[in-house]
Structure formats: structure tokens, C-alpha cells
Design a binder for this molecule. Structure first.
Ligand code: ZN
Length: 299
């Protein structure tokens, strides 16, 4: 049995900032910036709900034509928060979807209900944002970070960016939003999952997962060029084009596949709890980082 690293229920999270997400509008573009730099933008629920607020604000603003999701930290994001003082697994939030509160539940129900809302539900909600969204990615885009990038319409990466879903070693088939076989062809997706290795921005580009790869110093300027062009286009036509493309994906089974895989993911959570006494297999941020570092050195 490994030690459970889920914080005790009676231990409230210690947030390092009241602003885990920054918001700014410039020339018709909303810039939504992940802002937990000292934790490599690990996504706690505080950040997730702040992201939802920021996206809602951008949607409500008629002057905003498109949305850029970015980071000013060393990395885009290291994924879901599994080990900072601000980890808020037990906290209740003002929910945005038709789910009941997870905080006072037990067993496998707690993680299932929580992840239906904060992971699966939010990702579906953000994919449907009725304005073009662009992920501006540099550095690490790991696990839950992929979910943020994948729900955006375009991904523009710098040449130092890398993408990785390393959660198979924790007992999972993959992250909660299982779009792997739509973002990559299934054989590449299997390699990505089985090996859990970093995929460079260049390879992600070659596989069709990323729209453009540019030098790190040119990243912001390249995204600005794209957003300037988008901002000239008619709002409704942008939305209709997005909706049509998303609908094609849905018709191809994307959502149904993601929903089915979410069940496998939660079977793995429950199995981890039964076998290891911990729903994520005894991993925390440090153990995951050490494992990733070792793997990167070996490959
Ligand atoms: Zn999960």
C-alpha cells in the first residue's frame, strides 16, 4: 500500500494567489493567461473556474473576436494539480454544469462526480465556445495541459514545446478528455500512451496535432498575426465554421468515444483505490516530475 497523498478533508487549500488566471483584451483579442507560475501552472479547481469565468467574459464581450489561451510562466502547464498547497480536491465551487457537489461524497463517487464537472464537462463546454480559440503553447504541455490545448481550435507552438500524456504509469488509459485518437491517428496515439514520452512540437506538427511551430521568440508575434486576420472576419461566419467543424467531429464519434473512455478512466481510479488505497496510484506532483525527468534522461 502506498501512502495516500490526497490531502485530508479538513485541510483547506492554501491559495498562493487570488488570480490564477489573468485576462486582458487587445485589438479584439482576449488573452487568457494561466497564472500559477511557481507551480508551472498546475491546474487546481480555483484555476479551472477562473478560466471558465474568463472564457465567459470573452464570449460576452462583443468586441472580442477570438481568444488566446497562453502562459507567461516557464511552461504552458504541467497538468492537473496533484500536489501544491492549493490543491483543492475537496473544495466545493459554484458549479457550471448539471452536476451535484462532489465534496461531501465518498468512494468512487467523489472523483467521478468531480471530474464530470471540472474535467470532462468543462472541456466540452470550452470546446463549444462560440468564438475561435487559440492555444499558444511553449514549454511543457502535459496531461491536463493537453486537455486545455486540445479544446482550442488552433494550437500554435514554439519549437521548445512538448506534449505528453504520462498517466498510464498511474494506472490510467489516458487523461479524462480522451481525444487522443482524434488529435493523432490511433497508431501514433497508442505509441503516445504506451510509452508516455514527450512528443516534440515538430513531431506534433507533423502528426497534425499542431497548426504551426515557430521559434520561441516569434511565438507571440505569430499568434498575433493569426488573431489579427481572424479579427477581420465576420463573427457569425467564424462561429458557423467552428460549429460545422465541431459537428463533423461529433458525427465521427468523437464525443461518444470520449464519454466511453471516461468510464474506463474512472474504473482505473476505483481500481487504484482498491489496490493502492489511493485514487491516483500514490502519485503526487513530485513523484510524477521525478518519473518524467528520469524518462526524459533515458530517451
Ligand atoms: Zn481522473
Amino acid at each position: 500500500m502506498s501512502d495516500s497523498i490526497v490531502p485530508p478533508v479538513d485541510q483547506p487549500p492554501e491559495y498562493e494567489s487570488a488570480e490564477p488566471v489573468l485576462y486582458e483584451v487587445q485589438d479584439g483579442v482576449a488573452y487568457v493567461t494561466l497564472n500559477r507560475p511557481q507551480y508551472h501552472n498546475a491546474q487546481n479547481s480555483q484555476m479551472t473556474y477562473a478560466l471558465d469565468d474568463a472564457f465567459q467574459r470573452a464570449v460576452n464581450d462583443d468586441d472580442v473576436k477570438c481568444i488566446v489561451l497562453k502562459s507567461d510562466a516557464k511552461h504552458f502547464t504541467a497538468g492537473h494539480d496533484i500536489g501544491t498547497p492549493g490543491r483543492d480536491f475537496h473544495s466545493s465551487f459554484d458549479r457550471r454544469l448539471m452536476w451535484y457537489d462532489h465534496a461531501n461524497k465518498g468512494g468512487a463517487e467523489k472523483a467521478y462526480v468531480r471530474e464530470q464537472e471540472v474535467y470532462l464537462g468543462m472541456c466540452k463546454r470550452w470546446r463549444a465556445i462560440p468564438k475561435p480559440t487559440i492555444a499558444q503553447v511553449h514549454g511543457a504541455c502535459i496531461a491536463g495541459g493537453l486537455m486545455l490545448a486540445w479544446v482550442c481550435d488552433l494550437i500554435v507552438a514554439s519549437d521548445d514545446a512538448f506534449f505528453q500524456d504520462p498517466v498510464l504509469q498511474m494506472g490510467f488509459p489516458g487523461i479524462e478528455y480522451f481525444a487522443h485518437c482524434h488529435e493523432l491517428n490511433p497508431r501514433i496515439a497508442k505509441e503516445f500512451l504506451f510509452l508516455g514520452e514527450r512528443m516534440s512540437a515538430q513531431r506534433a506538427y507533423e502528426m497534425g496535432m499542431v497548426n504551426r511551430v515557430v521559434a520561441r521568440d516569434d511565438l507571440a508575434a505569430e499568434v498575433a498575426r493569426i488573431t489579427a486576420r481572424i479579427a477581420e472576419q465576420p463573427r457569425l461566419a467564424l462561429q458557423l465554421a467552428k460549429q460545422a467543424c465541431n459537428h463533423m467531429e461529433t458525427l465521427s464519434g468523437k464525443e461518444a468515444g470520449i464519454d466511453a473512455s471516461f468510464g474506463y478512466h474512472h474504473f482505473a481510479h476505483a481500481n487504484n483505490q482498491l489496490v493502492d488505497g489511493d485514487y491516483i496510484g500514490g502519485f503526487d506532483g513530485k513523484k510524477m516530475a521525478d518519473s518524467n525527468k528520469r524518462q526524459a534522461e533515458e530517451s
